[in-house]
Write a protein of this length. Structure first.
Lengths: 353, 275
């Protein structure tokens, strides 16, 4: 049953299983284990990014396609939901049609980009996606009458998903059971389902064919696979998943703007998360996204503590001053890529053999 | 030095084989030509291949043998001329479309899926034939019949023990066997082998040859074989065609073609013996 749920793709490493279980349990009980607004924000962000990073791995790791348009699809999903909630009111109807519309637009965009440019060399596809994504970001910031431009959109979501909605009057285990909690579990379960769907896709005959196309497109054709169709389908699927992740973010944040969805910075973060976790394995997305976001969120605090502790030592305390957190984040990435070239999951699985 | 322009209209029907139900050639190339800039790599080659025969294609390096294969299987598009399979013009079709219609190809330079396991390589071919590639929501391993078929092919080429290894970790000889295994798994009507024994150790060559012999014997398949080893050709081929400078210069019964002066010179690089 569990194996079936995981589509036969078990972690295949004791340590990896433990790590994944820790992530799963922490996220499932995040509101109770780590009370507080900031930790809940982080947990929701991790859930959403696991889906986003996994959907990118579908392209990069499984299909060998380098795309820089992934945040565009993420943004299309987010803006779809945001615009629907903004224009037709904070009800579930607009939430659903906005999400579906976002996913559909993302699929059509991906189909167009795929059919036009997946026939050509990989580098050309990467350039096309970069150009389209940049153009889309400019377009969104210029259409301020619709999208709110650089300021983005603030909107209401259905009341049941907001802190104002009380499910139970008393606190349970010291936590308020309110709409925010409902929203968190919506994000959590939706992410879990999307992740399992992707895990199924990569372990399906289709997913296996993607790996073949990635390994040797020339031979894949010679044994009868229409490579362009497979690549295009993978691009569309990955775009839809990214768009759905975007919709979750839009629901969770109650705000959608270029900085949270479309920026090149997020694109690079996604790329790093895939590489750190391990390309070509969706579990890598889980670990990559979790570690990256934890580092992004808490490294600064950690360094603050370290700086205080070492305040007596002149050079060290300057080095670990909280404002240098980006430097250390960079160092951590260089080290992780150096020591785990096949990502954390690749390393753990290889260690078992 | 006489060039390959000594084009011999030496067409001999393959002999000694029982008459088959369909005598129409399964594969035909007519005036097949490809130019790379000024260089004509394959020059108006017209040739037809009968069902159930094994034709060896010989010629010196650079004669256009592999290019001729590429034109038939679709990796290259002809500048001129046509390829016909079972009476259907397939000249403009893509590689997978030709594969669907029954053309199968093994490559000279090993051309596999290096990060995947040996079994998965074969399974992918079986899966392609079963048209399961676009199945997104079932677990690949749950298609037991595909796995069984893959295992069966692996047993035929004696790669069962290596089935779970990654291809990149496989010794060269085993990769060559897998190359043949993929073609067997594909089960096409026309099988094209491009130097299947190249770079193999002496004791591995017979395994491949035995496979080719078996394919020839127990299937009603048409085999095209590019090969340099004359003893191999003598023992397997029903017919030999000779390419030289992209042109078809000889065609016929093995013993007779090998004896031709033009073959002795063009292919074996020897001066024709006094005859």
């Amino acid at each position: 049953m569990l194996t079936r749920l995981l589509s036969g793709d078990t972690p295949r490493s004791g340590l990896l299983t433990v790590l994944l279980l820790i992530v799963l349990i922490s996220l499932a009980f995040a509101p109770f284990l780590f009370p507080g607004t900031k930790s809940l924000e982080t947990a929701a962000r991790i859930c959403i990014f696991i889906v986003l990073v996994a959907s990118y791995d579908l392209l990069l790791g499984y299909s060998g396609i380098v795309s820089f348009a992934h945040t565009m699809f993420f943004g299309i999903g987010a803006y779809g939901t945001a615009l629907a909630l903004n224009t037709s009111g904070p009800n579930y109807g607009s939430l659903i049609w906005g999400t579906l519309a976002g996913a559909l637009v993302a699929a059509l965009f991906a189909l167009a980009i795929g059919l036009f440019s997946l026939r050509v060399k990989a580098i050309f596809f990467a350039m096309v996606t970069l150009a389209v994504a940049s153009a889309f970001a400019v377009f969104v910031s210029q259409m301020s009458w619709l999208t709110g431009g650089e300021d983005g959109l603030n909107y209401k979501i259905p009341r049941e998903l907001t802190p104002a909605f009380k499910l139970v009057n008393e606190k349970v285990l010291g936590v308020r059971i309110n709409g925010k909690l409902v929203a968190y579990y919506l994000v959590f379960f939706a992410s879990a389902v999307l992740f399992l769907v992707m895990l199924r896709v990569v372990n399906s005959p289709f997913g296996r064919t993607l790996k073949a196309v990635r390994d040797n497109a020339f031979r894949a054709e010679a044994i009868g696979y229409r490579v362009v169709w497979y690549r295009t389908t993978a691009t569309v699927l990955s775009a839809v998943m990214a768009a759905l992740a975007g919709s979750l973010l839009a629901i969770w944040l109650r705000y959608t703007g270029p900085a949270t969805t479309l920026s090149m910075e997020i694109m690079i973060d996604i790329l790093l998360m895939v590489v750190i976790g391990g390309m070509g394995t969706l579990y890598g997305a889980v670990l990559g996204a979790t570690l990256f976001i934890l580092a992004q969120t808490y490294l600064q605090n950690l360094m603050g503590v370290a700086a205080e502790a070492t305040s007596a030592v002149p050079l060290v305390s300057t080095l670990v001053a909280p404002e240098r957190w980006l430097l250390w984040l960079g160092v951590l990435f260089i080290l992780s890529v150096y020591f785990f070239p096949s990502g954390i999951v690749g390393r753990l699985r290889a260690g078992r053999a | 030095m006489p060039s390959g322009r000594v084009c011999l209209p030496y067409f001999l029907k393959t002999t000694g084989r029982p008459a088959l139900a369909d005598e129409r050639p399964i594969l035909e190339t007519s005036d097949l030509t490809i130019r790379f800039g000024g260089h004509v790599a394959v020059d108006h080659v017209s040739c037809s291949f009968d069902r159930g025969t094994l034709t060896a294609i010989v010629g010196p390096n650079g004669a256009g043998k592999t290019t001729y294969f590429n034109l038939i299987s679709g990796q290259l598009k002809a500048t001129d001329g046509a390829v016909t399979l079972n009476g259907e013009d397939i000249t403009r079709l893509s590689v997978p479309e030709r594969t669907d219609r029954g053309i199968g190809r093994a490559f000279q330079l090993t051309n596999l899926f290096p990060t995947l396991s040996v079994r998965e390589n074969v399974r992918l071919v079986v899966q392609s034939r079963a048209r399961k590639g676009f199945d997104l929501f079932s677990i690949a391993e749950s298609h037991v019949e595909l796995l069984e078929r893959a295992n069966h092919v692996l047993a035929e080429v004696r790669l069962v023990d290596q089935a779970d290894q990654a291809v990149s970790a496989l010794p060269h000889g085993d990769q060559r066997k897998l190359e043949v295994a993929l073609l067997i798994a594909l089960g096409p009507q026309v099988l094209m082998f491009d130097e299947p024994t190249a770079g193999m150790s002496v004791d591995e060559v017979p395994v491949i040859l035995e496979l080719v012999r078996k394919l020839k014997a127990d299937m009603d398949r048409t085999i095209l074989l590019v090969e340099h080893k004359m003893d191999v050709i003598r023992s397997l081929a029903d017919r030999i065609i000779v390419l030289h400078n992209g042109q078809l210069v000889a065609d016929g019964d093995p013993a007779e073609v090998i004896a031709l002066p033009v073959v002795q010179e063009a292919y074996l690089g020897k001066a024709p013996e006094a005859a």
